[in-house]
Design a protein around this ligand. Structure first.
Ligand SMILES: NC(=O)c1ccc[n+]([C@@H]2O[C@H](COP(=O)([O-])OP(=O)(O)OC[C@H]3O[C@@H](n4cnc5c(N)ncnc54)[C@H](OP(=O)(O)O)[C@@H]3O)[C@@H](O)[C@H]2O)c1
Length: 368
């Protein structure tokens, strides 16, 4: 064996060792630790906590310290929250690759939930946009709790008076995803033919309504039991995927927003106009390593070789876009669709139901 060959073998073994160690570290689930003990004089609140990765069984309702607003923050008493697929991705730590950010072994952030609506209870001394008593909604990690604190310039806006707290809580992640997918990635235009695959779910019910507000001709794809729902929120055409495969039809679309990943890219391409855009919002859960990232990776490899545009994105919660959606709701152009309601103590059941992938609109957790 030459010296160079031996060196190559050593390098190969070292790389393999590093990769195996990384894989073990990423996929290892540490046991759940005990709740943190609080000094007796701590002001407390109830919150859903996850101190280890796993099924909804790892979620517990606990008493933790009630937060206080920093100088640039608003303290909100939460009346309602909503759950999103991202909550169960963080709860399970899947795909494993995300644990590089969310924590190895156990989650770094034990708080759960993002979407909330409630009443401002207190504001920091530098806050000018909000005052105690304001009814608000927004997004902040840890929303499945009695209180959240949010920076006044982050994803927080006043609740339109024509919305209940439950309706407002269902908006942030799903509606912002729909808006950014259609407007920023899809560059939607009036009169365009737009297809929403997965029109009856959390993102889909907002996407149908927002696409209509842009003046598009909207086709929603859903199963038989949701056909009337999707029609009732404004879709011009509804395709029941149990009866008809839209990728085999004659209609060609300017824009497809895909919440499901139920077809191959060559099937989608067939019904996309030559200069059409395909926006990947979600896809099959897939394997636990890269999971929903498989679709965007394939799309990235396909894009340079075809005339159509295939794009994926991660929605970004921000105040400006929440205001845009608030405006649409005030004008009656967008109305949240709520499927089921749960109590805070039932948050594990809410997430278990969401994980089944059969939600009709949004799943809400009420704290009142
Ligand atoms: N990129 C981002 O930033 C971002 C943000 C939010 C969400 N997401 C992802 O987007 C996806 C959708 O999120 P969501 O909150 O809307 O989920 P969801 O509410 O759980 O979606 C459930 C809906 O999917 C429908 N569905 C299931 N299989 C279908 C099929 N083969 N064809 C058409 N519809 C089908 C179901 O309708 P039926 O029961 O009638 O089948 C149900 O109404 C998830 O993968 C999520 O992780 C991504």
């Amino acid at each position: 064996m030459t010296r160079r060959y031996r060196a190559l073998v050593v390098v190969f073994m070292l790389v393999a060792l590093v990769l195996v160690s990384l894989a073990l570290a990423l996929s290892y689930d540490s046991p759940c630790g005990p709740p943190a003990s609080l000094p007796d004089d701590t002001t407390r609140m109830k919150a859903i906590v996850s101190r280890c990765y796993g099924s909804p069984d790892v979620l517990t309702l606990e008493e933790i310290a009630k937060p206080t607003a920093a100088d640039n923050e608003v303290l909100v008493k939460v009346h309602a929250a909503a759950v999103n697929p991202l909550d169960w991705h963080y709860m399970r730590g899947i795909p494993y690759i995300m644990r590089m950010e969310s924590g190895l072994g156990t989650p770094k952030d034990t708080r759960v939930g993002v979407d909330f609506a409630g009443t401002v209870e207190a504001v920091g001394r530098n806050v000018t946009r909000f005052k105690p008593g304001d009814e608000v909604f927004g997004g902040k990690s840890g929303a499945l709790a009695e209180y959240v604190t949010v920076r006044e310039d982050r994803a927080l806006v006043r609740k339109p008076s024509n919305l209940t707290f439950e309706q407002a809580a269902s908006v942030p992640v799903a509606a912002i995803t729909a808006l950014q997918g259609l407007r920023d990635k899809g560059r939607i235009q009036p009169g365009q033919k737009v297809l929403i695959n997965g029109a009856s779910g959390g993102v889909g019910t907002f996407a149908v309504q927002i696409a209509k507000s842009f003046g598009a001709d909207v086709t929603g794809v859903c199963s038989t039991r949701n056909v009337e729902l999707v029609r009732s929120i404004g879709a011009d055409h509804v395709i029941d995927y149990t009866q008809e495969d839209f990728t085999k039809g004659e209609q060609r679309y300017d824009l497809i927003v895909d919440n499901v990943g139920s077809h191959s890219f060559s099937e989608y391409r067939r019904v996309l106009k030559p200069k059409g855009t395909f926006v990947i919002v979600g896809g099959p859960t897939g394997d636990p390593w890269i999971g929903p990232l498989a679709q965007p990776i394939k799309a990235g490899m396909l894009s340079p070789f075809v005339s159509q545009e295939f794009v994926m994105f991660l929605a970004e919660l921000n105040q400006e876009d929440l205001e845009v959606i608030s405006g649409l709701m005030r004008a009656g152009k967008v109305t949240p669709v709520i499927d089921r309601r749960y109590k805070l103590s039932e948050a594990p059941a809410a997430i278990r139901y969401l994980e089944e992938g059969r939600a009709r609109g949004k799943i809400v957790v009420s704290l009142e």
